[in-house]
Write a protein that binds this ligand. Sequence first.
Ligand code: SAM
Ligand code: SF4
Length: 339
Amino acid sequence: MTRLVDSFQREITYLRVSVTDKCNLRCIYCMPEEGVGLKSHSDILRIEELARIVRIASQLGITHVRLTGGEPLVRQGILTLVCFLSETPGISDVSMTTNGVLLPGLARPLREAGLHRVNVSLDTLQPERFKKITRRGHLRSVLDGLKAIEDVGLSPVKINTVVLKGINHAEVEDIAMLTKENPWTVRFIEFMPFWNNGWQFGNRYVVPIHEIRDKIMAQGAYPVESDAGRDDRKDKSGRGPASYVKFPGAKGSIGFISMKDHICSSCNRIRLTADGFLLPCLLSDISVDLRTPLREGVKDDVIAGLIRKAVSLKPENGQVAQTRATCPGANPSLSKIGG
Ligand code: SAM
Ligand code: SF4
């Protein structure tokens, strides 16, 4: 079998695909109220183009694709794309990260199209706070969405919670308690400053993730080896990027993620932006344009060569690469890169 290996002997098996830069929410930590400057419609890859890139990547050794955005469920043709990807030989895992708002109506069709599992972003269980954080949308739709994915068997369910000082950090215990009765993995994520989302305000929202872990441990949780479900990325001992704990007798588990703890040495991922650039590292400004050659009508082996090139450019360490970033577009918000 073909393997995609970078210059530091890391095997790349995981592709995150941003399918749109549009979103139906405006989370305060992700984008400004007015939204981010959207790319023109013609710049965004078409469904067939996305599917073609994934097919070629699968022949090189990519086995897992995660669809993200922006909000992937606002993308027209998303079901067709999931269908294409789930039928692509070599792709054994098709997952999605979504804000969950549209899941009540889409969980079943997504399941039928072949989606395997979903991560849902949920930062609060308080309806008013939900409005404050997302600036629009209703908590009810996300809760109904969680129920819908469970009902159709899109599991294991993971919940991503960005912890924001002074906004939701007093609620982390309540959110963690969801794991007592539900077989869900709740993952607390340290707020990352990006352009367009508060970088200019310094670290005012950041709560160090170890403080959250301490809080949860103080409630009686104990460390577990890894989460119950599969993680997207594991080190040689099989651990993912989050450390996990569990409440006694709980059905689910709780994880803690910080970019500072990012394990570059075991990173197995690359990202495709909605407008067709391949990013070998979230933190560096390196990108390889696939859209232009794709639209010039090049053959598959040219695209394959460009994917290999992007992988060969993957820096050893993202934090170091970030300090050397020269491009003014480096470090844009996650909604642009595809979080
Ligand atoms: N719209 C989808 C969603 O919200 O799940 C997918 C895209 S979103 C950019 C992907 C993930 O990035 C979400 O879990 C979101 O909470 C997280 N995220 C966005 N901005 C962030 C930031 N500044 N710090 C930490 N996580 C962030
Ligand atoms: Fe939209 Fe997701 Fe960003 Fe929130 S985190 S604004 S839902 S892309």
